[in-house]
Design a protein around this ligand. Sequence first.
Ligand SMILES: [Mg+2]
Length: 174
Amino acid sequence: MSAKTKKKRVGFDLDGVIIGKPFFVPEFVMEKLVRKKGRRLAYRYPESKTERAIRKISHIPVFRPPIKKNVSVIRKLHKSRRYQLFVVSSRYSFLEQRTEQWFKYHKLKMFFKDIYINLADEQPHLYKEKMVKTLKLDIFIDDDLRLLKYLRRKIKNVDFLYVKDYKKNNNMPK
Ligand SMILES: [Mg+2]
């Protein structure tokens, strides 16, 4: 395959990009659940069994609808055959089964070459930094602006798109 026709490798975050937030948990609670306090970029791991159990319940596929407009973009990119699509999510290992269930339930697995989650429970920004490099992605799309700013500082020659950017400016990869 010549360089000209080489497929672009596009990575998608999962929650907030492909999967909607559950409708019964307000935004500020979600933020509190996942992010540590303070200015430094750091994420919490739910240490207690109870909290992990609650999170597992909230991740039952029927509570987490796909984000339709983004899924339709993914369908189009897949159909064009000019892209290889990946999911790179920092979901912790206790959500592995839920993630598989979600893709099965919503029948969206076939659009992606591979789906990766954070099975070693690393800090999300470090995990994503590693995966963007390992998978040699050209584009990575996420809804976490602080994380994207971190990645932009660390990795050059990759387009890091904020999910709200393309809602507003329609600057999806062409
Ligand atoms: Mg996200």
